[in-house]
Design a protein around this ligand. Structure first.
Ligand code: PEP
Ligand code: MN
Length: 334
């Protein structure tokens, strides 16, 4: 059930309305200044007229979508996430760049310098790495988190890093702007529930075999927990093809945009696993209407501790950024 509020209501009026609805047995989530969504308790025997009689209520609509908060029905306009003036999901192209793993201060410094000068807005790097083998490098942990936080800030970039557990999320939250949830954890519901309690925007990656419905429902877990700032990231799915590491599903971008108001980011690095294909698929992602790109780069790509085969060089990155800007300019006209 969606409750549209009268314009310009006082804080007290809205609060007492929420209190009353909660008392009536509904789980109420506030969406922006003018909407309340009743996400549970809606099977109660209360008729529309009863809601309309409440002070401050302008209109009542029943929500057909299973996504009470993420759907276009509950919020028609795009969600724009604003982090200190950097907007994600508005008109600008949001580029996240950096190494797969944080390896050293020198490595991150070099990446930050290039990312900033080419127009990227965020520096990425993994400090807790979800490696297939337990014998491979697992990441620098908290030391890496502090490093990326400091270097990103020094260069006027946002920081992005992956967390794999509730403990890691709480540990990283004070240092990191955007917490990434990796493909392997997209349906880790206890983790998603905790992320709802945090203030940090969340970059939620699609799993290897996650349907669009399951993906949006995973975001719904974070939204209903009270964190409205979620961006979805298409990063390739597993198919029968072996030439590429994954199959980058660009249909996900317009399809998810029909289903949800949340910003959609594309990761052509994990999406292909092949360095030579990354710039081309990044261009395609911008052309298909993605709000942003996540790309892995490194001062010496072949020496990357993880994901070397998909990591691009600085010169490739700089060239790609020029192409992305040109395509994005054209896209603005549509
Ligand atoms: C990553 O971004 O380095 C990563 C491990 O991504 P994914 O979860 O998409 O595999
Ligand atoms: Mn990686």
């Amino acid at each position: 059930m969606l409750i549209i509020l009268e314009p310009n209501l006082s804080y007290e009026t809205i609060e007492s309305l929420i209190e009353r609805l909660t008392w009536m047995g509904f789980h109420v989530v506030r969406q922006g200044d003018d909407k309340l969504t009743l996400v549970s308790g809606v099977d109660k025997q209360v008729i529309m007229q009863d809601f309309l009689a409440l002070p401050g209520v302008k209109q009542v609509m029943s929500l057909k979508s299973r996504f009470k908060l993420a759907s276009r029905q509950s919020k028609a306009e795009n969600t724009v996430i604003d982090i200190g003036g950097v907007q994600i999901g508005g008109g600008d192209l949001f580029v996240i760049a950096g190494p797969c793993s944080i390896e050293s201060e020198a490595q991150l410094e070099a990446c930050a310098l290039v990312a900033k000068s080419a127009g990227a807005k965020a520096l990425r790097g993994g400090a807790h790495k979800p490696r297939t083998s337990p014998y491979e490098f697992q990441g620098m942990g908290l030391e890496g988190i502090k490093l990326i936080s400091r270097i990103a800030k020094a260069h006027g970039l946002l920081s992005v890093t992956e967390v794999m557990s509730e403990d890691q999320a709480y540990e990283a939250a004070p240092y990191i702007d955007i917490l990434q949830i990796g493909a392997r954890n997209v349906q880790n519901y206890s983790l998603l529930k905790e992320l709802g309690k945090l203030k940090n925007p969340i970059l939620l990656k699609r799993g290897f075999a996650t349907t669009y419905q399951e993906f949006v429902m995973a975001a719904e877990y974070i939204l209903v927990g009270g964190n409205p700032n979620v961006m979805l990231c298409e990063r390739g799915i597993r198919t029968f093809e072996t030439y590429t590491r994954n199959t980058l599903d660009l249909t996900a971008v317009p399809a998810l945009q029909e289903m949800t108001h949340l910003p959609i980011i594309v990761d052509p690095s994990h999406g292909t696993g092949v360095r030579s294909l990354v710039p081309t698929m990044a261009r395609a992602a911008v052309a298909v209407g993605a709000s942003g790109i996540l790309v892995e780069m490194h001062p010496h790509p072949d020496q990357s501790i993880s994901d070397a085969s998909q990591t691009i060089s600085f010169s490739t990155f700089n060239h790609m950024m020029k192409e992305l800007k040109a395509i994005h300019e054209v896209m603005r006209r549509f």
